[in-house]
Write a protein that binds this ligand. Structure first.
Ligand SMILES: [Mg+2]
Length: 181
């Protein structure tokens, strides 16, 4: 089994750690030279703000909506990414860094209780770094990504989901657009 640990709204979450005024507000992060939207908090997503949206076209609208608009701060995100990778390393041996805010964990040598391992990683990331993560666990890495999609979007899973039987896997694949993966 493999887990993917994925930080929720990574860039916006990093900014919030150092500026608590941004909490519970719609936050968007802009690309280099403040051209377009490259990251959004959940609140911004709920307002229908899209990835890739050209900023100047919406600048006035964002002011009306009280959206916090930030230039990107890549040294900060890179630093938080390095710290994030260290946390699962304290708990499990075999991890692979997959992107700036995602790591895969090979759970094949871990204890049987996969949920418990996932909770440990999730809770430590919150406690040490203040970052909320979603964890998807499945027999292969691609399915772990599918599982993470559900773990992140459906509050009933509390950000952790294990897909470990064929029926659940088939059902999860029926409901997802492959472009999401
Ligand atoms: Mg993420």
């Amino acid at each position: 089994m493999f887990a993917i640990v994925d930080i929720n709204n990574f860039y916006a979450s990093c900014e919030r750690i150092f500026d608590p005024k941004l909490r519970n507000k719609p936050v968007v992060i802009l690309s280099n030279n403040d051209g377009c939207i490259i990251a959004r908090s959940n609140e911004a997503k709920k307002l229908g703000i899209k990835m890739g949206q050209i900023f100047f076209e919406k600048e006035n609208r964002f002011k009306e909506q009280g959206v916090a608009v930030l230039s990107s701060n890549y040294p900060l995100y890179a630093d938080m990414s390095d710290r994030m990778v260290q946390v699962p390393r304290e708990i499990v041996d075999n991890i692979t860094v997959y992107s700036v805010d995602e790591v895969f964990i090979d759970l094949n040598n871990c204890s049987k209780n996969l949920n418990k391992t996932a909770f440990k990683v999730k809770n430590k990331l919150l406690k040490y770094l203040g970052l909320q993560v979603s964890v998807g666990i499945a027999p292969i890495k691609t399915l772990a990504k599918v599982t993470n999609f559900y773990a992140k979007r459906y509050p009933k899973f509390k950000n952790i989901l294990v897909l470990d039987d064929d029926k659940k896997i088939q059902d999860s694949l029926k409901l997802i657009d492959i472009g999401e993966i």
